[in-house]
Design a protein around this ligand. Structure first.
Ligand code: ACO
Length: 334
C-alpha cells in the first residue's frame, strides 16, 4: 500500500512565508557589548546585522505570522491543515509544544501538532517528515515551520557566539502535487550523536535541571566549539549535497539555486568551491539576518520566491547542518 502510494504521490511546496522581527542589531551595536568589531564579524562570518525579537515576542508568535503568510500564498485555509510541525531549538516552553501554540494562533483547528528538535537541520528534517506522511496517502496539507528566538539562548557576554545568531521564522505548506513538476526529488538526512558535545545548550533539561548553579554557570546559553563545528559543517553539507544529486541523477550544473543553512559565509563558500558551484546561484541572507538556526533555510527560500529569483521549474538544492550533529540535503523542482 505504502509502496504503491510512493510510486504515484509526488510531494511539493505549495506556499511559503516568513517573518523577521523589527529590531535590528548591527555589528557596531555588538562592538559596544563585547570586545569585537564590524571588521572581525564581517570578515569571519559574512554577517552585518541580525533581527532580534521583542522581549514579549516568543517563537510561536513569529512562527504563526510566517505560517499565515505561507497559507495565504498557497491559498489554503487554516482549518484545512492536517499537521503542524515546528522545527525549533527555542520552543516557547518545554511543554506544551510550540506547534500547538501556533495552531491556536492561526486557527488550524483540525491539525495535530508537534515540535521537531534538530537545531539548524530542523527545517529539512521537517520537510522530510512531511513528505513521508503525505506519500503515505493519509495527509494532504502539512505546515512545516522553522522558527527560532536564538537571542534568548545566546550568551551576550560571549563574543565567540553572540555575533552569530538572530531571530525569525519561515514556513512552507507541503502538499501532494496536483499539476506538473516533480516536487521533492531526493533527500538524504544524517546524524552523529558522538559529536553532540561540540554544540549544545546544556542547562534546563533532565541532565542539568534549572537551578541557581546552572544559571550561575551560564548553562542556559549556547556552547559551541566553533572551529570543529565549522569543519564538520563543510564536509557533511558538501557530501550530503553530492549524495542527493547523484540519487536524483542530476549534475551540479543542473542546479539553479543552492539554499544552504546560513551559519557562516566562509562555510557556504567552501561548500560552493568544493562543488565548483557559482556563488551567484547561492541564496544567502546571513549578511542581513545572521544564523537563524532552523529558520535559516525557509526564510531564505521565501525571500527568493517572493523576489522572483526562484521560478517554476527551477531545480533547488538545500543543505543543512546543526547540533546533534544533524545534517541533511534535499533536491526539489519548484
Ligand atoms: N570578535 C573578535 N574576536 C573574536 C570573536 C569576535 N566576535 N570571536 C572569537 N574571536 C577571537 C577568538 O578569541 C580567537 O582569538 P585568539 O586567537 O586570541 O584565541 C580568534 O578570534 C579566532 O577564533 P576562532 O574561534 O578560531 O575563529 P574562527 O575563524 O573559527 O571563527 C566562528 C569563529 C565564526 C564561530 C566559526 O568557527 C564558525 O562559524 N563556526 C561554525 C558555526 C556554525 O556552523 N554553527 C552551526 C550551527 S549553530 C546551531 O546548530 C544552533
Amino acid at each position: 500500500m505504502a509502496q504503491s502510494a510512493e510510486q504515484t504521490i509526488r510531494v511539493g511546496i505549495a506556499g511559503t512565508g516568513s517573518y523577521l522581527p523589527e529590531r535590528i542589531l548591527t555589528n557596531d551595536d555588538l562592538s559596544k557589548m563585547v570586545d569585537t568589531s564590524d571588521e572581525w564579524i564581517l570578515s569571519r562570518t559574512g554577517m552585518s546585522e541580525r533581527h532580534i525579537a521583542r522581549d514579549d515576542e516568543a517563537t510561536s508568535d513569529m512562527a504563526a505570522v510566517a505560517a499565515q503568510r505561507a497559507l495565504e500564498s498557497a491559498g489554503v485555509a487554516a482549518e484545512d491543515v492536517d499537521l503542524v510541525i515546528v522545527a525549533t531549538c527555542t520552543p516557547d516552553m518545554i511543554f506544551p509544544n510550540t506547534a500547538c501554540a501556533v495552531q491556536e494562533k492561526i486557527g488550524a483547528t483540525n491539525a495535530y501538532c508537534f515540535d521537531l528538535s534538530a537545531a539548524c537541520s530542523g527545517f529539512l528534517y521537517g520537510l522530510e517528515t512531511a513528505r513521508g506522511l503525505i506519500v503515505s496517502g493519509i495527509y494532504s496539507n502539512v505546515l512545516v515551520i522553522g522558527a527560532e528566538k536564538m537571542s534568548c539562548i545566546t550568551d551576550w557576554e560571549d563574543r565567540g557566539t553572540c555575533v552569530l545568531f538572530g531571530d525569525g521564522a519561515g514556513a512552507v505548506l507541503v502538499q501532494p502535487l496536483q499539476g506538473e513538476g516533480r516536487g521533492i526529488i531526493s533527500s538524504a538526512m544524517g546524524s552523529d550523536g558522538t559529536l553532540g558535545d561540540l554544540l549544545k545548550l546544556p542547562g534546563g533539561g533532565s541532565r542539568f535541571p534549572a537551578s541557581n548553579a546552572t544559571v550561575n554557570e551560564r548553562l542556559h546559553y549556547t556552547k559551541m566549539g566553533g572551529n570543529k563545528v565549522f569543519k564538520n559543517a563543510v564536509v557533511c553539507m558538501a557530501e550530503a549535497g553530492q549524495k542527493v544529486l547523484s540519487q536524483a541523477g542530476l549534475e551540479v550544473s543542473d542546479v539553479d539555486w543552492l539554499i544552504p543553512h546560513q551559519a557562516n559565509m566562509r562555510i557556504i563558500k567552501a561548500i560552493a568551491d568544493r562543488a565548483a558551484f557559482p556563488m551567484e546561484k547561492v541564496c544567502t541572507n546571513l549578511e542581513r539576518v545572521g544564523n537563524i538556526s532552523g529558520a535559516s533555510v525557509p526564510v531564505a527560500l521565501d525571500e527568493a520566491v517572493r523576489d522572483g529569483r526562484i521560478k517554476r521549474g527551477d531545480t533547488i538544492l538545500s543543505v543543512v547542518f546543526g547540533a546533534g550533529f544533524t545534517w541533511g540535503a534535499m533536491v526539489l523542482e519548484w
